[in-house]
Ligand binder design. Structure first.
Ligand code: SF4
Length: 205
């Protein structure tokens, strides 16, 4: 069971801003109250979709998200949307796992998400459901590789050995492999304000 106080204290000690909400609804309100008139990039995140955070933020901000067909059409392709997301003032992502010892783990296939988390924005927000909290970094890496990635491969209908049952990682050599790079954040990157929003709900893969 998650040690909420340990996670919050550890993240704060490391320099992350932390917010905790019992519901997605409260988290969406916090985000819409915090952000207005901004350009906002969003990485691939089932969590954001589940919360309908993109729709809420679009009311008062300019959002770039390559998961929205209307934006792909408007900006001439998903790569173009990702370029705009990568240079937005604000970036929003989830995480594949977060350890109570304070590390945030993400796996990426194309690199847009991990590169945008790491560089180029005034503020980065991570929105993370409690299902993604692990005790330590090893478990976080294991979770990212063996739970989050196979579930995502299945959802994306990838032709990978993990996609059929979403049971574990087979460390495949498939052209559809979605796990090409890891980003493990130990601390916020220099010069960037990073906020971790923990939501007491199961969100994302
Ligand atoms: S490396 Fe391949 S088998 Fe392992 S989770 Fe990623 S896509 Fe699936």
């Amino acid at each position: 069971m998650m040690d909420k106080n340990k996670l919050i204290n550890t993240l704060q000690t490391k320099g992350f801003h932390v917010e905790y909400f019992d519901t997605s609804k409260e988290a969406v309100k916090y985000m819409t109250d915090s952000l207005s008139g901004k350009t906002i990039g969003i990485g691939g995140a089932q969590t954001v979709k589940q919360m309908e955070l993109d729709k809420a933020l679009m009311q008062n901000n300019t959002v770039y998200w390559h998961w929205l067909p209307e934006l792909i059409e408007k900006y001439g392709g998903s790569k173009e949307v990702n370029k705009l997301a990568g240079s937005a003032e604000i970036y929003i992502s989830s995480a594949n796992a977060i350890a109570e010892t304070g590390e945030i783990v993400n796996i990426d296939g194309t690199g847009n998400r991990i590169s945008s988390i790491a560089y180029g924005h005034e503020k980065v927000y991570f929105i993370i459901g409690i299902n993604k909290v692990t005790e330590n970094l090893n478990e976080a890496i294991w979770r990212a590789r063996n739970i989050a990635a196979p579930k995502n491969a299945k959802r994306l209908n990838q032709k990978t050995p993990c996609a059929k049952n979403a049971d574990k990682c087979y460390d495949c050599n498939s052209p559809d492999r979605i796990c090409n790079g890891f980003l493990i954040l130990e601390r916020p990157m220099s010069g960037v304000e990073m906020t971790v929003i923990i939501v007491n709900e199961e969100l994302g893969a």
